[in-house]
Design a protein around this ligand. Structure first.
Ligand SMILES: CC(C)(COP(=O)(O)OP(=O)(O)OC[C@H]1O[C@@H](n2cnc3c(N)ncnc32)[C@H](O)[C@@H]1OP(=O)(O)O)[C@@H](O)C(=O)NCCC(=O)NCCS
Length: 180
């Protein structure tokens, strides 16, 4: 039995870039690829068993978030892999399932993003939002609500915050890495 936080499934183990931090209480299973400087905070569950999970450089996945995918089938030949770009902040207790996220995105605490949804670059998603299947969130906007609605263009300060948040988390995980 394999009890480590990085677990093989069908002989495929998660692949990690350089200077990655994965908290001891998190579990990553199967076909998962993490870029450089990614951080995975306590109690994250990511299951790349029936499709792939890819996470880009400097992205942080915060506490209690759940990441999963949908298998390939006759009606859905590619299934729904989960792809997250670079410099993305995924807040506490989010659910990301079989969706595609670009770069410099903030996913607010408790948000749910469903299969086939696409979030373009530079998007701010409010806490508690629900992004329905196959919906596209357009670059440069704030979205909130259940189901999510476009609210307004991002302010300059919010746009700047998207990259800043990612860098803050890179700094924080570097500090954690020195304390292992
Ligand atoms: C949406 C958000 C960006 C605030 O945007 P804002 O334009 O400054 O909004 P305001 O605080 O001025 O509130 C405007 C309205 O939106 C509502 N609102 C605020 N946040 C909301 C949310 N997440 N979902 C739904 N409505 C929200 C407010 O209640 C207010 O409603 P009202 O006009 O009826 O009173 C912020 O509340 C948020 O959700 N940030 C995410 C933070 C987070 O989760 N970070 C990750 C953890 S590190």
């Amino acid at each position: 039995m394999n009890k480590t936080k990085l677990r093989m499934y069908n002989k495929i183990a998660p692949k990690l870039g350089t200077n990655v931090y994965v908290d001891e209480s998190s579990i990553l299973v199967g076909d998962i690829t993490l870029g450089n400087d990614v951080s995975i905070w306590p109690l994250v569950a990511a299951r790349g068993d029936v499709n792939t999970i890819t996470i880009g450089d400097r992205t942080n996945i915060q506490d209690g978030s759940v990441l999963h995918v949908t298998r390939k089938s006759q009606s859905n030949p590619e299934g729904n892999p989960l792809t997250i770009g670079a410099d993305v902040t995924v807040g506490h207790k989010c659910m990301l399932h079989g969706c595609t996220l670009g770069n410099r995105i903030l996913v607010g605490m408790g948000a749910i993003i469903m299969d086939g949804a696409i979030v373009e670059d530079d998007v701010f998603i409010g806490a508690g939002a629900l992004v329905p299947p196959y919906k596209t969130l357009v670059s440069g906007y704030l979205y909130v609500g259940n189901p999510v609605k476009q609210v307004r263009l991002l302010k300059e300060s919010e746009q700047d915050f998207l990259s800043k948040s990612a860098i803050n988390y890179v700094d924080l995980k570097n500090d954690y890495l020195t304390q292992l």
